[in-house]
Design a protein around this ligand. Structure first.
Ligand code: NDP
Length: 282
């Protein structure tokens, strides 16, 4: 109890001392959001639009992107452009960054958020799927980050990585997905140190999300768990604020911080809770 209370106090102390968000700072900001045709990425596009940003959005489905971009313009975006790309490709991730740099004349925010579809089930030996998912969920992130880094350095910009509690804690039914998120956390955690040691202008935020009520997530967990899901629009706004205030990390909802911090202290209890959070009979 004392340990848990200390973790909560530590979390609140970090929150109280974090810088205030100035919505005006996003007016005219040049932003690239990936995975923006649906879910949290789509909601981020709408928030940036309301703040008057200049946005480039990307995903695979061009028609859907076009509709999202039109809505962004109607919400107040200074610019809303889209480019269809497949993040499993070797060349397209870098081309998307080049497109944004050319159309926006630089970049203030690079928000990497996309994920490829992956089954919610026990692993049955499909290594090719994991290899493919690594390309989409991990390798494309590091390619895009590298391609955008010089422009972000110039603009004193922010790189925002959307990750998951499943990048810090393993859980059943998501072995391929959780692997890619652990890889992201490891890589970008290392990059955070290197940017700081190089006194870089670029801020790098890693966002740890719990269950969010996007269609794809809800479809997967339907009938399998009663874990509460949090609203995608609120998650999206919290990610944007984290990037704009140049914080190292976000834990959303707040208790993901407690779960992540306590899992190594109480492994048996945590494993018991995880394994009993799902309806499953072999
Ligand atoms: P969605 O499944 O709703 O959206 C995924 C996005 O990625 C879509 O825009 C999709 O568009 C795009 N995408 C899929 N495959 C590719 C591909 N090969 N190339 C390019 N784009 C692709 O995801 P969420 O909004 O639920 O999740 C967003 C982020 O939040 C992810 O990083 C996820 O890990 C994280 N997160 C989500 C949680 C949740 O419960 N929802 C929990 C924890 C973290 P298209 O099909 O048009 O390509």
């Amino acid at each position: 109890k004392v340990l848990l209370a200390s973790i909560c106090v530590a979390y609140l102390a970090v929150k109280w001392t974090s810088p205030r968000f100035d919505a005006e700072s996003l007016k005219g900001a040049r932003v690239l959001v990936t995975g923006a045709s649906t879910g949290i990425g789509e909601q981020m596009a709408y928030h940036y639009a309301r703040f008057g940003a200049q946005i480039v959005i990307t995903a695979r489905r061009e028609k859907v992107l076009q509709q999202v971009a039109e809505k962004c313009l109607s919400l107040g975006a200074q610019k809303a452009l889209y480019v269809a790309a497949d993040m499993a490709s070797e060349s397209e991730p870098a081309q998307v960054v080049d497109f944004a740099l050319e159309k926006l004349g630089g970049l203030d925010y690079l928000v990497l958020n996309h994920i490829g579809p992956s089954p919610f089930s026990m692993w049955t030996g499909d290594v090719d799927h994991i290899r493919w998912l690594m390309n989409v969920n991990f390798f494309s992130y590091i390619q895009m980050a590298w391609r955008g880094l010089a422009a972000l350095e110039q603009s004193r910009g922010s790189l925002v990585i959307v990750s998951s509690l499943l990048g810090k804690m393993s859980s059943p039914f998501v072995a391929p997905y959780t692997s890619t998120k652990f890889a992201l956390n490891g890589f970008f955690g290392s990059l955070q140190h290197e940017l700081a040691m190089n006194k870089s202008n670029v801020s790098l935020s890693i966002c740890t999300l719990g269950l969010i009520d996007t269609d794809s997530a809800m479809e997967k967990v339907k009938g399998v768990t009663n874990i509460p899901a949090y609203p995608s629009s609120d998650a999206a706004l919290n990610i944007i604020i984290t990037g704009a205030t140049r914080q190292l990390d976000l834990f959303y909802p707040w208790f993901t911080y407690v779960v992540a911090a306590s899992k190594d202290m109480f492994p048996s209890v945590t494993n018991f809770i995880i394994q009993n959070s799902y309806t499953y009979s072999p």
